[in-house]
Design a protein around this ligand. Sequence first.
Ligand code: BES
Ligand code: MN
Ligand code: ZN
Length: 490
Amino acid sequence: MPQPLEIQFRETDPGALAETPGRIALFADAGAALSPAARRLDRATRGAISRATGSEAFAALKPGEALELAFPAGLVAEAVQILRLPRRADQAAARKAGSTIARGHGGAALTVLAETHPRASQIAFGLALRAYEFEVYRSAPAKPRGPAVVMVASPEAVAAEAGPLAALAEGVFFARDLVSEPANVLTTDEFAARLAAMQELGLEVEILEEPDLARLGMRALLGVGQGSESPSKVVVIQWRGGPAGESPLALVGKGVCFDTGGISIKPAAGMEEMTMDMGGAATVAGVMRALALRKARVNVVGLVGLVENMPDGRAQRPGDVVRSMKGDTIEVINTDAEGRLVLADVLWYAQERFEPKGVIDLATLTGAVIVALGHDNAGVFSNDDALCNAFLKAAEAEGEGAWRLPLGPGYDAKLKSRIADMVNSCGREAGSITAAQFLQRFVRTGMPWIHLDIAGTAYVKADTAHGPKGATGWGVLSLDRLIRDRFERG
Ligand code: BES
Ligand code: MN
Ligand code: ZN
């Protein structure tokens, strides 16, 4: 498992600052007095810090951005990064400051002078999220980084605040690691084993194997995996931190460990990226991990459908008709529209077994959502305005892009089949919406439901404020916040 950046909180020692090696980060605001540590450094550098913070360049910075002094005379440090961050900065600006520090952080020692800044724990969180790297398969990983030392006035108080954030970071990293793993390593068996290992954290993990799924009637899910050597599975992860007997929130994830498209095979260019087609399941796993680590006072059940979509002599064909667990029949027009077949059965099972308060599914479901929203926003679909608005608010607060798209009977009508109850694919127009309409057919009437199409946000092609390019763990932060705000007891 990759080692994330270690962060230590220590008491500020202003006396040692001039001798501190490596990189130093400090916080200031244009027009405001320097902090005590910054004043020390200012004296040691004969005013270089105050000249920088008094400059036009500094005044032009946005909160969370930085100016850098390289090899400042009078200091041992090789660089001082001066971040513009007002004391009343919001959470987003504090995380951005942390991420700016992370971007400059190479092999050298790093000392962050947070002192009495009220957002110290969020600065550290932003630093941790952005410093993540997936280097399991590099023979020569980037230079090892020692711990980042964050100097604060009261290490115990900040560490207490940082505890739940560390749990969240671990959840995000767990999701990112899963998405980054190649499909020859992260088979359905390996994925299930990594989930089963979370039992150590107090989660209850149950693995349903192919015979169990057949007995339950999950023919839609089983059809997708039948061309693969890797057995299809459904993994049920329960966190019962809330009152016994209180119905849970259900999270459902698409876990296609590799999506070749099946017999409706995808073009070769870019197919290697379909190792990320289990991103929904990864986010569900990351949320469950975070809930367990921070001992959340809530009942949540996570269910993931793990399959591999391969072309083979036994693979499902276009034109096949399968019966879902719900009982509805589906004509498989396109074997590459496999995610909805997996989710149909797992959604139904989640509702039948757990009678949940609500269901939220996550899936790298359609290329069409990338055409519509790019990589900045996930597509959000819901039958419940209150729950949906609460989610959108949580996503906004966490800086995870999310944009609601419509549902409606006109779109649903496109799912008509010549011989079965519905088709699994109906052309290019509104592709993300018709996929969501398909899923909604497997949501009971009256069941509050959100569908998150994360095809664009689970895996990105450029660095973001939250992390490097590649796997993002999108949704772990927003869902954890939604659960805290709306489902958890105080
Ligand atoms: N896993 C893909 C969607 C996807 C595309 C995820 C690009 C991430 C990046 C999904 O299974 C798929 O193939 N969807 C088809 C649906 C179509 C056949 C109706 C698509 O989007 O082309
Ligand atoms: Mn597909
Ligand atoms: Zn897929």
